[in-house]
Design a protein around this ligand. Structure first.
Ligand code: DGL
Length: 273
């Protein structure tokens, strides 16, 4: 399927968290238009079974293709962990997930290991990060921990709240004991907790947010296929971003600003029957 450089980049997440990846894409490729789908009617994906997440991801992927996107970014760690392979084999456009890029950035940042990974229950149970890190750096010890309460805390805006600090202290105990030198924030929401997590882990530990590395990967894939939109230096044309949610657009509008660095002016509504 050939697309023009002007076609939008499609991306999706279970909800709003993937907007942290949208920020990175906008920063790295300012001429690109984005079509972002947030599955706010069915969030969270973290505790759901792999089959259910795969079904949701395929529905959304097919819909994004029907909207004319030139590639799809799975801006959700849980959906990447469970559904990247099925999306890549079923859809006619390149599909890029966040796990590989995050693992690559962690391997690059780590000096002696071990590497810690935190994410939703689904992401951690899938073992996707551990596999990806050990594929790139065989022999590296990887410690993984599910932190299911972090998502609701971030959505509540409690990114610097004593309760969040207490919970982080508890969740990260095994990471501190093992003296990880790198911690992968394997969930779209966790970058918003980065200052609190950094304080908890101490200055020796590098925190990895896969968003930046994912943007590098997307740029490379688009350039390889000759569909990277570099903009026209003669005409400063603004990209058009579309935001679509499967539940109450008002909620998306109200909370989206916590995740996205630019204002969201409108949110469309699309529901899967
Ligand atoms: N977007 C999900 C992730 O990155 C977190 C929210 C959810 O559980 O759906 O894993």
């Amino acid at each position: 399927m050939h697309q023009s450089p002007q076609a939008p980049i499609g991306m999706f997440d279970s909800g709003l968290g993937g907007l942290t990846v949208a920020n990175a894409l906008m920063r790295r490729m300012p001429a690109e238009s984005l079509l972002y789908f947030g599955d706010t009617a069915r969030v969270p994906y973290g505790p759901k079974s792999p089959d259910t997440v795969r079904r949701y991801a395929l529905q959304i992927g097919e819909w994004l293709v029907s909207q004319g996107v030139k590639c799809i970014v799975v801006a959700c760690n849980t959906a990447t962990a469970h559904a990247l392979d099925v999306l890549q084999s079923s859809l006619p456009v390149p599909v890029i997930g966040v796990v590989e890029p995050g693992a690559r950035a962690a391997v690059r940042a780590s000096r002696i290991g071990p590497i810690g990974v935190i994410g939703t229950s689904g992401t951690i149970a899938s073992g996707a990060y551990t596999r990806a890190i050990q594929q790139q750096s065989p022999g590296t010890t990887v410690l993984a921990a599910a932190c299911p309460l972090f998502v609701p805390l971030v959505e509540e805006g409690w990114v610097d709240h004593p309760a969040s600090r207490l919970i982080a202290h508890e969740y990260l105990a095994s990471m501190r004991d093992a003296q990880v030198d790198t911690l992968v924030l394997g969930c779209t929401h966790y970058p918003l907790l980065a200052p609190l997590l950094a304080a908890e882990m101490g200055p020796r530990v590098r925190l990895i947010d896969s968003a930046e590395e994912t943007a590098v990967e997307v740029e490379r894939v688009l350039a390889d296929r000759g569909v990277l939109n570099q903009g026209d230096p003669e005409h400063v044309e603004k990209p058009t971003h579309r935001f679509v949610a499967s539940d109450a657009p008002r909620h998306f509008l109200a909370l989206g600003g916590r995740f996205l660095d630019v204002p969201i002016s409108a949110v469309e509504y699309h529901v899967f029957s």
